[in-house]
Design a protein around this ligand. Structure first.
Ligand SMILES: [Fe+2]
Ligand SMILES: [Fe+2]
Length: 182
């Protein structure tokens, strides 16, 4: 994110930067909902289902918040939502099919990436956006809880944990870059 501190509130460039943030965060939360739905579709009757339902409910709240911001601020959503609809669900379902610990490894990889992403956005937002900053901080805390839940439920014991985590993180970063632009 570029430095916005030299700009005045209401400056079109600053507005465009905030619109880009809302677009990509909306896309990310949309994908997060789909990932947890995919994991639940596979692990519905298993021991981790309650944890997955809890995380899914929080992601649905995050998405609803960004749905509201998209509408209030007339931000164009990413054109890639249909892609994230399928890719998010597939990522969740496939990692869950590898086992509960692989599903948790997916959670760790995704939430670590989102944590870094939100951290960068919070640092880039100036005092003109206190509400958005507070929202991002709260959501970031919840994403960190999800990461910690993944670690507490055996993510690191997943087969090929380091490789799986690296591949998913690379994919998430690519998805972020695309959703900011398209
Ligand atoms: Fe989220
Ligand atoms: Fe999350």
């Amino acid at each position: 994110m570029t430095d916005t501190t030299a700009r005045l509130p209401g400056d079109p460039t600053a507005q465009a930067a905030v619109a880009r943030m809302i677009r990509v965060d909306h896309a990310g939360e949309y994908a997060a909902v789909r990932i947890y739905q995919g994991q639940l579709a596979t692990l519905r009757a298993r021991g981790k289902a309650d944890l997955l339902r809890h995380m899914l409910a929080q992601e649905q709240h995050h998405l609803a918040t960004f749905d509201g911001l998209i509408a209030d601020r007339r931000v164009r959503p990413t054109a890639l939502l249909p892609v994230w609809h399928l890719a998010g669900f597939a990522l969740g379902a496939l990692t869950a099919a590898l086992g509960e610990r692989s599903a948790m490894a997916c959670t760790v990889a995704v939430e670590e990436t989102i944590d870094a992403h939100y951290q960068k956005q919070i640092a880039a937002l100036d005092s003109a956006e206190p509400g958005l900053r507070a929202t991002l901080s709260k959501f970031r805390d919840e994403e960190l809880e999800h990461r910690d839940s993944g670690l507490a439920h055996g993510a690191e014991q997943a087969p090929a944990y380091r490789l799986l985590r690296a591949v998913i993180k690379t994919g998430c970063r690519a998805a972020i870059a695309l959703s900011e632009r398209i």
